[in-house]
Design a protein around this ligand. Structure first.
Ligand code: SF4
Length: 290
């Protein structure tokens, strides 16, 4: 049997498609990736779209393929026999869902509340020195978090909690635990000014555990001032930032400039945002905007 897999827009490895690939490969099927011209020469086609603004790109596959992904339909799931497949690719999820409800996030709607789906041995090949976990909010499952940390420590691998840890759930015990394992980065998110007290408290706990600088995702929608204020708070606290621009503001100059400044550790450390603009001789940067 020949199987065609079309990954329309994944920015990171698409785990659903990896499961499909392994499911068919284990059955001896030939799996072909991203080769639309083969569509009339295969027995089965799978198409995935992650972002809803790409939904139109799936239309040519309707009726021909099994279509899925968050950008297509949040309710569509893999058949159980495929979902149960565990590709060993040194990245993936040990938990799904989230108990929070951030307004810009589809996880709670798609996956429901936090629950465990596995551990590092479902993902790690036993050789890789690194493991990337896409767990949405592992600190909502404290016992599971402890288990994962103990496995990572035992194997001596470097972990990347790639989606960030929830600073609201930071405790002295958690910080000490984080300190015992190797990290790619300590990642957190500061998505709303209402979290400022939690962020300041969390950073104090981290610093007490000698984790002086972490990497912070800063969500940015049309509220430019809120994003700038959050960035300045993190700058004052000596943190590293990454501006996550909502699609609605991508391409708008002042947001691009804010991202250029905040995503560059050197620029942010050396100057504030308006000095940065001045540095690029863009004093009138905001003219004709807003
Ligand atoms: S904490 Fe993270 S995973 Fe949970 S709803 Fe908010 S953004 Fe989504």
């Amino acid at each position: 049997m020949k199987v065609l897999i079309i990954d329309i827009d994944s920015k990171i490895p698409n785990l659903a498609l990896k499961k499909i690939e392994k499911y068919h490969a284990d059955r001896g099927d030939e799996v072909i990736w991203n080769f639309p011209l083969m569509k009339n020469q295969v027995d089965k086609i799978y198409v995935s779209s992650i972002f809803n603004w790409n939904k139109h790109l799936t239309s040519e596959w309707e009726g021909l393929a099994e279509i899925g992904g968050s950008g297509w339909n949040l309710q569509k799931t893999l058949p159980k026999e495929i979902d149960d497949v565990k590709p060993i690719i040194n990245m993936g999820f040990t938990m799904r869902g989230c108990t929070r409800k951030c307004h810009f996030c589809i996880v709670p709607e798609k996956e429901g509340k936090s629950y465990v789906v596995g551990d590092i041995y479902d993902l790690w090949d036993g050789k890789s020195k690194t493991l990337v976990l896409f767990d949405n909010n592992i600190l909502t499952l404290p016992d599971h978090f402890k288990l994962i940390c103990s496995q990572i420590k035992k194997e001596g691998i470097k972990v990347d909690f790639n989606q960030g840890l929830d600073i609201r759930l930071m405790t002295k015990e958690t910080a000490e635990l984080l300190k015992t394992i190797k990290h790619e980065e300590y990642r957190f998110a500061f998505d709303d000014l209402s979290l400022v007290k939690s962020v300041e408290k969390g950073i104090k706990i981290l610093k007490d555990a000698k984790i002086n600088r972490a990497f912070w995702y800063v969500y940015c929608d049309e509220n430019f001032e809120s994003a700038l204020e959050r960035l300045l708070i993190l700058k004052r606290l000596g943190q590293r930032t990454y501006l996550m621009r909502d699609r609605r503001v991508r391409g708008i100059k002042k947001y691009n400039m804010l991202a250029n400044w905040s995503n560059c550790l050197g620029a942010m450390a050396k100057m504030d945002f308006f000095e940065y603009i001045h540095y690029y001789k863009n004093r009138n940067y905001f003219k004709n905007e807003d």
